[in-house]
Design a protein around this ligand. Sequence first.
Ligand code: ZN
Length: 127
Amino acid sequence: MSKNELERYKAVLEVRKAQIDASLRNRDEIAIEKTADAIDEVQLAGERELAIRNLDRESILLRNVRAALARIEDGSFGTCLHCEEEISPKRLNAVPWAPYCIRCQEAADRHEFQPAESLEELLADAA
Ligand SMILES: [Zn+2]
């Protein structure tokens, strides 16, 4: 991968990271406001659950984005973490934080291997 391409992915990932950071911060404020309003408890519980689910999703995304930025720094960006084949540019353009090639991602989705560990290790290395 050329330096220009790397810079481009890095810029996209930085923007995405800033967006998620901002959105995670805003959500805290919204949660406090709603609680103060004392809405119907059932509705509140439902909203809280939804907020937590979204929070989980955003947190995972943020972790993936951070890990991808770390891979740009250490030069392993664009290489599948599982099979070490190159991830296709088409996939990286759609999902720049993708840690796996499409084949391995599908295998991970089917729980054929445990993807979380390698990401945690990567983050530990980056810290
Ligand atoms: Zn792979």
